[in-house]
Design a protein around this ligand. Structure first.
Ligand SMILES: [Zn+2]
Length: 115
């Protein structure tokens, strides 16, 4: 590789030019400050709104794909964790309702046959 400032040949992966001192790191400088927490926050909010659980997962994944900042990624992982937790709660509730409904149904059937 060559120095991007003075053009002197440098060892590959050099971080600085040993001739002029210019930084050789990629200038894909991600402006961390521009990153908003919106995907992570949306994810957590939607996780908690019944019926919109899937959006919580979608926003978390979008955030994970978008974010560079670690703390924002963690926010997304919380969103995914919350999604899984809420999903389990909904499934348990659903099974409970089905279970109670089945019992009520057979009880009604039993009463109808015994009167
Ligand atoms: Zn240089």
């Amino acid at each position: 590789m060559y120095c991007r400032n003075c053009g002197k040949e440098l060892a590959d992966n050099s971080l600085y030019c040993n001739n002029c001192g210019a930084s050789q790191t990629n200038d894909k400088l991600i402006d961390d400050n521009k990153e908003t927490k919106v995907w992570g926050i949306l994810s957590i909010i939607f996780d908690l709104v019944p019926g919109f659980l899937v959006f919580g997962l979608v926003f978390a994944i979008v955030g994970l794909c978008t974010y560079q900042q670690k703390e924002n990624k963690i926010l997304c992982w919380i969103g995914i964790g919350l999604f899984i937790a809420m999903l389990i709660i909904y499934i348990v509730l659903l099974l409970f309702v089905i279970y109670m409904g089945t019992i009520a149904f057979f009880e009604a059937l039993w009463r109808a046959n015994n009167h």
